[in-house]
Design a protein around this ligand. Structure first.
Ligand code: HEC
Length: 156
């Protein structure tokens, strides 16, 4: 009887510890819903919101939209992913890079919008980097299938 009770205790203890670990691990995972959406809606939507052109519309009149300070629409997970691992894969990484991975050592031209201070920009950049996982500045045509798969960028 005692042996059974001890076994149950040991097993329950094990499960409690494991649950604790998995909750902690989940907290560390960066997701679109939990972390990225907040940044894009504060920092990017002004020019990449639902009143902005789709990427196809944008490509037809880039100069016109640039003059109006409008970039292609990135207001939803699906639309943002076009620029992460979709048709224009790597664009988010090329535009947001802090300059440590670029050839000329200059930050991407959207890096400035990540925050109002050096600190805020660096912090939000780290969140994006963690979210993407494999931070690559390669273009769609230079990316292999395997490399594309290493891009995490999960929704939830
Ligand atoms: C003040 C307006 C403005 C803000 C704010 C802004 N962008 Fe942009 N963005 C543009 C414009 C205009 C373009 C198109 C011109 C260019 O390519 O530089 C662009 C282009 C881009 C591209 C390239 C799209 C393509 O065609 O490949 C990406 C990626 C991007 N922005 C991401 C972001 C992210 C992420 C944020 C927020 C951190 C952001 N932008 C904030 C105006 C803005």
């Amino acid at each position: 009887m005692l042996r059974v009770a001890i076994k149950i205790l040991v097993i329950s203890f094990f499960f409690i510890v494991m649950t604790g670990y998995s909750i902690a691990a989940e907290k560390g995972v960066v997701t679109y819903e939990k972390d990225i959406k907040k940044i894009t809606s504060e920092k990017c939507i002004f020019c990449h919101g639902s009143d902005s052109p789709t990427i196809d519309e944008f490509d037809k009149d880039k100069e016109g939209f640039k003059k109006k300070m409008k970039g292609p629409r990135m207001e939803t997970y699906q639309n943002l992913m076009i620029f992460v691992n979709g048709k224009d894969a790597g664009a988010v990484m090329r535009r947001l890079d802090d300059g440590k991975n670029t050839k000329d050592g200059k930050p991407g031209n959207m890096y400035q919008f990540l925050g109002n201070t050096d600190n805020e920009r660096a912090k939000n950049f780290e969140v994006f980097k963690k979210w993407v996982g494999n931070w690559t500045l390669k273009k769609k045509k230079e990316l292999t299938e395997d490399e594309l798969k290493t891009i995490k960028a999960i929704e939830k």
